[in-house]
Write a protein that binds this ligand. Sequence first.
Ligand SMILES: [Fe+2]
Length: 338
Amino acid sequence: MDKKIWQNDISRRKFLGISAGVVSSFMFSNIFKPTHVGAAAGEDYKRIVVLTDVHVPSSKDKLKIAALQDINSWNDVDHVVVTGDLCHEVGDEKELKAAVELMSHCKKKRYVLTGNHDYLYSDGTNEGGKYQAGPKERAFKLERFRRYFNMNALYFSKDVGDYHLVYLSPDSLDTIHLTEMSVEQLAWLSADLEMNRDKPTIIFFHGSLEGTWDNNGRNWPKNPKFMAQPIDDVRDILKANPQVMIWVSGHLHLGVYNQSSCNEKIYTYDVNKVQNMHNPALLGTGYQRSDSDDGGAYPALWTRSLYLYSDRVEFRTYDHTNQKFLTDLDRAIKVTRR
Ligand SMILES: [Fe+2]
């Protein structure tokens, strides 16, 4: 679909207009620190483990495999989702094969989505190092990524328990931004959300929502290249769909104690209070504090899990290096059905 046609599309306008008056059949609380977590006797839930920014190959691949083995040992996992950057740099065939081999250690059902390092850059380099590929090379890499990871599609949705889960991938062939959806994907997303309006919804995507990380130390928050793009369309779609409660992302390599990861005043989006759940890089390096420009090694490898209960979603963080949950980072959102 041509960008102009999407932006002027009558059905899209109509859709946005209709949705403005819709009253949801449920509501969400603000995120809070629960006094206790976990299932009550006989209570059912679905656990989803989030991995992101695995960046294979790297010197920590053995530790990443050990983390996957921890996840394999958890008997309550519904599935694992990887929100992009499986490949370390440019997503060439060598990196892709190494990433597929590493992920073969995951014995749980898993879904793999793209990040910028999986398709956006050319295999070649120039005097400035790596550079963004043209549309043909990007399209080739997207399709090869899908095929090697045996995915039916790079964007899709499914219902898990009482929730609607939407899995998205950066796939623009001509953007200069790092995490941008194609117009085809945006049209699909609008239609999918419109058809599933009555379900609390969680979206997985490599890039984070505009304004959900702070501006200490780095200029990323003001740089549109780092935001989930196109920002106006993402904003319009989320505004029209108040059933979307959580946006799960990676890309920024924020440590779990970075203020942007653990302070809800920062990670709450300014539309419908969507909670942007930032996730740490399984690469094991990134920004541990908001006010630093460190970008160095984390003290541990961490993953986050979402626990979907019929009346709440819990977020928990696991420290694979020290084999323990970081209970001070436990958070929850209540879902009240009317
Ligand atoms: Fe990354």
